[in-house]
Design a binder for this molecule. Structure first.
Ligand SMILES: O=C(O)CCC(=O)C(=O)O
Length: 284
């Protein structure tokens, strides 16, 4: 377990700025081991890389373990308590192509939960200004829902290519640089974006989306994984942790869970998640 800021400091920074970073979650060695696991999967199943875009914790034990990480749970406790559901895990691996980017957006456009989901963006490689770390607008979680549009853009890392469609003040936009194994805890209402990767190596990170077990999805019922504590509320269907890596039963449960979530996350969109097809734009 790594040391953390005090509960008061985590809560105060999160409420004021909409994020806390950096928070060391795993060691650099463990982050390198996660990268090796992921790249072994990519080499073995190049046609299935897209599956890890959503609910990847249903497919691999090492990913499920990360969602239950002790330091992560302790860091989340002042924000959402100790009964925690993991709603989603997805990878955000940015190719060193000087093109792939993420436009300014809020995740609350499609993540409709009460309270709002908190994401841990966990770096598996260093995330730097040069390789396109996240950029955020501190305090923008208090701005309310901004208007968004979608566009088809092969270089947008967001499946739906959504972006904020009005002008807004970007003068205090801040780059959040991370060492491998460090995390950024972010309110999903915070405006964020990221620029192309200008280096020679991939920038790799994963999103771990968490909500208190007492929380609720506002537009339909969904499945999620209980990763800490107890569920006394029955607001989610419980997902089953993987018993083996990428087994047939695991793939079938993953497919069903992604299909169910697609019905609400992608409601009103013509796009479909990569996690349904296996095809990925963010592969090696
Ligand atoms: O990894 C990134 O650069 C940003 C990803 C992101 O904002 C998202 O998937 O919502």
């Amino acid at each position: 377990m790594f040391s953390l800021p005090s509960d008061h400091e985590i809560k105060e920074r999160f409420e004021r700025l909409g994020y806390v970073a950096p928070v060391r979650i795993i060691s650099e060695e463990d982050a390198a081991a996660c990268r090796a696991e992921l790249e072994a999967f990519e080499r073995a199943h190049p046609d299935k890389v897209g599956l890890i875009d959503m609910k990847a914790n249903l497919l691999f034990r090492w990913i499920d373990r990360l969602t239950r990480n002790e330091t992560l749970m302790r860091a989340m406790e002042p924000l959402i308590g100790s009964d925690v559901m993991c709603e989603n895990v997805g990878f955000r691996n940015k190719a060193p192509d000087n093109k792939t980017y993420v436009s300014w957006h809020q995740d609350t456009v499609y993540l409709k939960f009460e309270p709002r989901i908190i994401t841990c963006w966990l770096a598996l490689t260093p995330a730097t200004v040069e390789n396109g770390c996240l950029k955020i607008i501190p305090g923008s979680h208090k701005w309310g829902d901004m208007p968004h549009k979608e566009k088809v853009d092969p270089y947008s890392m967001l499946t739906r290519g959504h972006y904020v469609s009005t002008e807004f003040d970007k003068s205090n936009a801040t780059h959040v640089t991370l060492e491998a194994g460090e995390g950024l805890l972010i309110d999903t209402a915070v405006l964020h974006a990221s620029e192309p990767n200008l280096t020679k190596d991939r920038r790799m990170g994963m999103l771990i989306d968490m909500v208190p077990a007492s929380g609720k999805k506002l537009n339909g019922r969904e499945s999620a994984m209980l990763v800490h504590g107890h569920d006394r509320w029955n607001h989610f269907d419980h997902e089953v942790p993987p018993a083996e890596d990428f087994g047939a039963a695991e793939q079938e449960r993953h497919r069903k869970a992604v299909e169910a979530v697609t019905a609400t996350f992608y409601a009103g969109s013509e796009r479909k998640p990569e996690a349904l097809t296996g095809k990925s734009r963010n592969a090696v």
